[in-house]
Design a protein around this ligand. Structure first.
Ligand code: FES
Length: 112
């Protein structure tokens, strides 16, 4: 995807703290998600390092029950929000693939 592609608006992260977005169709489909942690916003490819499956079952639902970690819905792996590092589960030590993002002046979150 090219720089400047809009992923979401910062306001989309207010309640769920996460926003999933995809482009294209299978098998070329590109899946991303954006997550807010404190005042910081991070972007990742929506693909678990364990099997490559999308992390979420439901749209925009990426967090564990305490909202502390990103949790894969398939086998429960837990990932740090700010690094994407897996700290628990079958892919412990592996990481989500980060996506460079930036926030524009109109509060849209875009690919950098
Ligand atoms: S697919 Fe994510 S933990 Fe297995």
């Amino acid at each position: 995807m090219k720089s400047g592609t809009v992923l979401c608006r910062r306001a989309d992260l207010k309640h769920s703290k996460c926003k999933s977005v995809s482009f294209g169709e299978l098998p070329e489909k590109k899946r991303y998600f954006v997550i807010k942690s404190g005042q910081d916003v991070y972007g990742y490819i929506n693909s678990c390092p364990h099997t490559g499956a999308p992390l979420n079952w439901l749209p925009d639902q990426f967090l564990d029950s305490e909202g502390q970690y990103i949790q894969c819905s398939l086998h429960g792996a837990l990932f740090e929000k700010h690094t994407g590092l897996c700290i628990y589960g079958p892919c412990r030590g592996a990481s989500l693939s980060p996506v460079a993002i930036r926030i524009e002046q109109d509060d849209t979150v875009v690919l950098d």
